[in-house]
Design a protein around this ligand. Sequence first.
Ligand SMILES: [Zn+2]
Length: 198
Amino acid sequence: MTLPSTYADRNCSLARSLEIVGERWTLLIIRDVFFGVRRFGDFATQLKIPRAVLTNRLKFLVQEGVLIRDDDATGGVEYRLTAKGVGLWPVVRALMSWGDAFYSPSGVKRAERHDQDGGLLDHEGRCQDCGLAVPVPEIRIEPGPGFDRTDSDHDPVSVAINTPRRLLEPIMRPRTLSAAGEGERGATRAAERADSPA
Ligand SMILES: [Zn+2]
């Protein structure tokens, strides 16, 4: 659903923010970028989002300066968060916590830890071990007690996302034909060159 482009209450920054991230799929795309997804084909696989919609969302997020669209080392295209985009982590965290609190009776679906000392983060992103307000790149995300493995996919991207990993760390895997989609530079070229794990 498209939100109206103007709001009666022009003094509400929530309304302004929702014009950027309030459309269906947008926050899920942003969540996946935090989890290390960078490529068009991987968003499509992971989210099962119609490709035309994904194209529109990515284009809009780049236009708004939330994502940057860049050539990767293998001649493909990848999307990364700008500083403005990284600023959305507390929003993603808060909505995940709210969902855990009211819709996940067996506990949090994903836990956040301080990568350096393994301390669990509280709702404000503070490490319960060392007390630090942990910067996004030092946050490790991992399946929590409410995580349902029977419900998770087994494609390489899902497996990577569901393994303990630091936020923003790119998911590396060989390129395949199916991973190249609209917005990429061509399946053949992409498939010829693989970016193997470092
Ligand atoms: Zn800590």
